[in-house]
Unconditional design. Structure first.
Length: 100
């Protein structure tokens, strides 16, 4: 069965008239990997049609960023605890030397 795509705005993505190629600004090339299947994408289509795929990829990247920030936070908490212990030890030694 033949499949045809139509524009809900009633336009053509690419049209040649009078020796000039008219291309819709939303007709874009996307290259990369499909976030659902992992397969390579190298395809022209309407930017509006790409939105679900791009939103899925964006959500995945946000999850990765959140995980990286949480990992960094945990490392900073541990580093701060170590710094506090060093400062407490230094204060204890200092107060014993002074005689307080």
């Amino acid at each position: 069965m033949e499949e045809k795509t139509f524009c809900p705005l009633g336009s053509k993505c690419v049209d040649a008239k009078d020796g000039v190629i008219h291309r819709c600004a939303w007709h874009v090339m996307v290259r990369g990997s499909d976030p659902n299947t992992g397969k390579e994408i190298d395809h022209w289509a309407c930017a509006m049609a790409w939105m679900p795929t791009i939103m899925i990829e964006n959500s995945q990247q946000q999850r990765h960023t959140g995980a990286a920030v949480e990992s960094f936070r945990n490392e900073m908490v541990e580093a701060n605890k170590a710094s506090q212990q060093v400062l407490i030890a230094a204060a204890t030694v200092s107060s014993k030397l002074i005689g307080h």
